[in-house]
Design a protein around this ligand. Structure first.
Ligand code: NIG
Length: 407
């Protein structure tokens, strides 16, 4: 049956287009046609025999309906976990010190290269299927632990297969510029040319990524390298994301604005110039409070300043083996509330419309609205304030993805 109703809903919260503005409906019923929201009506409907012939009933159990969370920055495909590094950091080493000793991204690259595609798929599938349980119905997924033509393609094929076989949607991003592979440590130019001349054309041809991303940071990619690389990727038809100002102020955010990147992520050390450039160009501020917390950076992104200056914020889990091993968007909201002073309406907007906007899907997902994809979660919160308040507690009771009740 393609037509469904969700009845007995206590309340709906859904974001509007303006940052932080949320619409609230009282008791209501949601009509779904196939994978889309057909209409929302006030109050409960009378269920009679005629109704049951046409509609499958999903019982709302007096829960609160929200759009599924959109997690717009994740690295979900990797071979090994890195709990040893987590412990080393907790004993005093920094993320950069561990990376300089061969840990960090290079550690993940080494392990991923020696794992075949099927094994990588099976491992990733187990991890990625958990997102739905926490109410996340769409994620972005990056490559970036292969750093050879074959291994980057292997990661993107795994992402494609996950997207085809799992219920949640995964938007693919090519992050070959995550680090320089060891074999190119003395020839950065050579690796950039390899990405531009071999990887990007192949990825375009096989339609394996929508976005191209780069890690601008001390010991990784310079601003100049990023400008050349991203400009060329854009000309080839890719949308852009940028990792910037994570560990140092490097003005990647200024470049993100200048190039019309859809988002720049991290931003713990962003300058006022970076904030202005992103606002002027409608680039989403993708804040990753879980990473700041997990790798013990003292600086959180200046969310209040960004919001007061007029920036649109997304928050994401940044799920990855090194800098944040968490898939919980509600937990990210708790950290952002406590450490960045974000308010619950802002957090909810950031976790739904913010993510949808970063992924260029603000007209399809991120809202409970007529015509939008029926990605709906039923939660046992009373108000939006409960999302950050109930720290580490999963409020999600049922998940409906593209009109289908998943659990
Ligand atoms: O977004 N900053 C760069 N990339 C990841 C970390 C990847 C890793 O440590 O494996 C991030 O934090």
């Amino acid at each position: 049956m393609t037509k469904k109703i969700i009845r007995n809903i206590k309340k709906i919260y859904s974001p509007l287009d303006d940052f932080g503005i949320i619409e609230e409906y009282g008791r209501c019923t949601i009509f779904i046609d196939d994978d889309k929201i057909e209409k929302i009506i006030n109050g409960d409907v009378e269920i009679n025999a005629l109704f049951l012939e046409d509609y499958e009933i999903i019982e709302g159990k007096n829960l609160v309906a929200l759009p599924g969370f959109v997690d717009s920055h994740t690295h979900p495909v990797f071979a090994n976990t890195r709990e040893d590094e987590f412990e080393m950091r907790n004993q005093g080493m920094t993320y950069l010190e561990i990376a300089e000793k061969g840990g960090g991204i290079k550690n993940s690259v080494l392990k991923l290269r020696s794992m075949n595609e099927d094994h990588l798929y099976q491992l990733s599938r187990k991890r990625v299927s958990k997102f739905l349980e926490y109410g996340t119905t769409t994620i972005e997924g990056k490559s970036g632990y292969g750093l050879t033509v074959d291994d980057e393609i292997k990661m993107l094929r795994v992402i494609k297969k996950l997207n085809e076989n799992l219920e949640l949607d995964i938007v693919p991003t090519f992050l070959g510029a995550h680090d320089f592979p060891t074999e190119y440590s003395d020839n950065h130019r050579g690796y950039i040319e390899l990405m531009l001349n071999e990887m990007l054309p192949k990825i375009k041809e096989e339609n394996l990524a929508e976005f191209v991303d780069i890690f601008i940071e001390k010991n990784y990619y310079t601003l100049e390298e990023a400008e050349e690389y991203l400009s060329k990727a854009k000309k080839m038809g890719f949308e852009l994301h940028v990792h910037s100002d994570q560990l140092t102020n490097n003005n990647g955010s200024v470049l993100a604005g200048k190039l019309g990147s859809k988002s720049a992520a991290h931003l713990d050390f962003i300058s006022d110039e970076g904030i202005k450039s992103m606002i002027e160009n409608n680039t989403i501020f993708n804040l990753l409070p879980g990473a700041t917390f997990f790798i013990k950076v003292k600086n959180y992104a200046p969310a209040r300043k960004i919001i007061e200056m007029g920036g649109k914020v997304a928050i994401s889990s940044n799920f990855n083996p090194g800098s944040c091993y968490s898939i919980s968007m509600p937990l990210m909201m708790s950290i952002a509330a406590i450490e960045m002073g974000m308010k619950s309406d802002e957090l909810f907007w950031a976790a739904t419309m913010g993510g949808a906007s970063a992924l260029n899907r603000e007209n399809i997902i991120g809202k409970i609205k007529e015509g939008y994809q029926a990605d709906i979660i039923l939660t046992d919160i009373n108000t939006l304030k409960d999302l950050p308040y109930m720290m580490g507690i999963n409020p999600v009771k049922h998940v409906i993805k593209k009109g289908k009740l998943i659990f």
